[in-house]
Design a protein around this ligand. Structure first.
Ligand code: ACO
Length: 164
C-alpha cells in the first residue's frame, strides 16, 4: 500500500472511492458534484490531502483536508479534515490511521497548525473509533442542524498536534 499526496488528476478516483461508501455519500456528492471544491482543497493547501493506492495504482482510500479559513487574528491556526474514506475491501488495515497521521504531520510542519478539527455523525462507529480511540480526539456535540441536513446529530472533534 502506498500513501502519497493527492494530485488534481486523482479527483475521479477519490470520488469513486467515496461513492461506494454510503454513510458519507451525500456529503461528498455535494463536495464533488462540482470539481471546483475538490480542486480548491488540493491547489490551495498542497500537501494536506493524501491518497492510498494499491499495487496497481488504484485509489483505495483518501483524506481531503485544508486549513481553517475563519481563523481570526490572535487565534491558533488549525487544520480541518473535510472527508476521509477507505474502500470496504481495504478497511481495518490501518489505512485511515496512516492517512490521518500523514495529513496531521503536514498540517503541523507546513502550516504550523496547532490542532485538527473534523465533524462526524453520532452513528458513525468506525470513524468515532478512529478519531476518539485510536487518535485520541476530544469531542463535543454540535447542534442538531449544524452539520447534517437529515437531522442526525454530529460531533465536532479536535485533536491536538502538539505532540507531533
Ligand atoms: N468499528 C469500530 N472501530 C473501527 C472500525 C469499525 N468498523 N473501523 C475502524 N475503527 C477504528 C478502530 O479504533 C481502528 O483501530 P484498530 O483496528 O486498531 O481497532 C481505527 O479506527 C483505525 O482503523 P483503520 O483501519 O485505520 O480504519 P479504516 O482504514 O478501516 O477506515 C473509515 C476507517 C475511514 C472510517 C472507514 O470505515 C470508512 O471509509 N468509512 C466510510 C466513510 C466514512 O464514514 N468516513 C468518515 C466520515 S467523517 C469525515 O469524513 C470527516
Amino acid at each position: 500500500m502506498n500513501i502519497r499526496p493527492a494530485r488534481p488528476e486523482d479527483q475521479p478516483g477519490m470520488q469513486a472511492c467515496n461513492l461506494r461508501n454510503l454513510p458519507e455519500k451525500l456529503h461528498f456528492e455535494i463536495l464533488c458534484g462540482n470539481v471546483q471544491p475538490y480542486m480548491y482543497h488540493v491547489m490551495t493547501w498542497p500537501g494536506l490531502s493524501f491518497v492510498a493506492e494499491d499495487q496497481k495504482g488504484r485509489i483505495v482510500g483518501y483524506i481531503l483536508a485544508k486549513m481553517d479559513e475563519d481563523t481570526k487574528e490572535g487565534e491558533r491556526s488549525h487544520g480541518h479534515v473535510t472527508s476521509i474514506s477507505v474502500l470496504r475491501a481495504y478497511r481495518r488495515l490501518g489505512i485511515a490511521k496512516k492517512l490521518m497521521l500523514q495529513s496531521q504531520e503536514a498540517m503541523a510542519s507546513i502550516y504550523k497548525a496547532s490542532y485538527v478539527s473534523l465533524h462526524v455523525r453520532k452513528s458513525n462507529r468506525a470513524a468515532l473509533g478512529l478519531y476518539r480511540d485510536t487518535l485520541g480526539s476530544k469531542s463535543r456535540i454540535l447542534r442538531r442542524d449544524t452539520v447534517n441536513a437529515d437531522g442526525e446529530d454530529a460531533y465536532a472533534m479536535q485533536l491536538s498536534l502538539a505532540d507531533l
